[in-house]
Ligand binder design. Structure first.
Ligand code: FES
Ligand SMILES: [Fe+2]
Length: 362
């Protein structure tokens, strides 16, 4: 396997991976769809940015910057009228593209636009794209594309580490044996699907007796398939199953300030027909949820206390390094501003210039 060991040498720190100020431009989960009713508006903070989210009468979700461009009132205090949002303070109204369409005290609204962000709904979840125009698809389960599926919402969770650090857990082959008491024989092959997505596939069986393997075997009798697909370095989909039966566990995460993260688990399986199929899928999704929770419980104490620094990578860490290399080639944005993050040197130079300017103005 061709792995660039140099890239994880401690003298060459990754630009994006595990950086508490950065994330990759992409689609990120916002909230479960059922938590936003028609004509309801809410306040959300995503990747350090304050936003207002509402669902218009046409059922479409709109996400806008939180503060009114007139005087800064929080727009989540406002009211949804049809597909538009009216600010609570002086009643300026904005349409779903952010254009100001009404100012009650004057006849003609002025030409002003509120920043809006692209939204989508899939897997029972609302998603936001952190740029003007989506350049890539939503995180999706490859095998479920163009198929009907059932989905169940799993747990919401907080982690005391960067999303990237938690993300690498399903490809950290050493810990399968040491933490989960599974096989040490796991070996992943990587395949890049596009600039923002990479899949790691393991074709080796998961033997041995442990609670994890018993739960897996309840779902799968033989030829266990096991792969992990990553999107934007912050959402992964773990696939487990046999040749005829697969279940999917999606861990969607977002960076919080202070290098912490919050996440949401989603579980999916292909739709099965009839009342028996419906019941069967409920059982499958419940067992998958138990499995996902069990795996997280084993890992949690590590991720609540870790100070991640892979100083000494060995061959068993190859997949992790491939993940880091893949992440480093994506477009980095800054937390809070969602603006392009330039290289560390440019930022340091600009800070120095600013300091110099301030001093010379004194
Ligand atoms: S602050 Fe929103 S209309 Fe004045
Ligand atoms: Fe784990």
């Amino acid at each position: 396997m061709n792995v660039n060991l140099q890239n994880l040498n401690s003298t060459h720190k990754p630009r994006i991976f595990n950086n508490p100020e950065r994330f990759v431009e992409g689609w990120y989960w916002v909230m479960p769809s059922k938590q936003l009713r028609v004509t309801e508006v809410k306040s959300v903070k995503i990747l350090g940015r304050e936003l207002a989210i509402y669902r218009g009468k046409d059922k479409k979700v709109v996400i806008v910057d939180a503060y009114c461009p007139h005087m800064g009132a929080h727009l989540a205090e406002g009211k949804v009228e049809g597909n538009e949002l009216r600010c609570f303070f002086h009643h300026w109204k904005f349409d779903e593209e952010g254009f100001c369409v009404d100012i009650p005290c004057i006849n003609q609204p002025i030409s002003i636009k509120l920043q809006t962000w692209p939204t989508a709904e899939k897997y029972g979840m609302i998603w936001v794209w952190t740029g003007d125009i989506p350049k890539q698809s939503l995180p999706f389960v490859l095998e479920l594309e163009n198929k009907e599926y059932d989905v169940a919402l799993g747990d919401y969770f907080l982690m005391n580490c960067h999303p990237n650090t938690f993300m690498i857990n399903p490809i950290d082959v050493q810990h399968f044996q040491t933490v989960h008491k599974l096989s040490s024989e796991i070996a992943f092959e990587k395949q890049e699907i596009n600039q923002n997505a990479i899949i790691f596939s393991n074709s080796k069986p998961i033997p041995k007796k442990s609670i994890s393997s018993v739960l897996i075997r309840l779902l799968c009798k033989k030829n266990i398939a096991h792969n992990v697909c990553y999107w934007y370095g912050s959402t992964n989909i773990v696939t487990i199953g046999t040749d005829f039966f697969h279940v999917y566990i999606m861990f969607a995460m977002r960076l919080l300030e202070g290098g912490k993260s919050e996440g949401q688990v989603m579980l999916m399986t292909e739709k099965r027909r009839g009342i028996f199929g419906w019941f069967y899928n409920r059982v499958v999704l419940s067992l998958t949820k138990i499995l996902g929770t069990h795996f997280i419980q084993d890992d949690v104490k590590i991720f609540q206390t870790i100070q991640f620094d892979l100083k000494t990578p060995i061959k068993a860490d190859n997949s992790i390094m491939q993940f880091v290399n893949h992440l480093e080639r994506q477009k980095p944005l800054m937390l809070k501003t969602w603006k392009l993050a330039r290289s560390q040197n440019v930022e340091i130079k600009e800070t120095r210039e600013k300091e110099y300017d301030t001093k010379s103005n004194d």
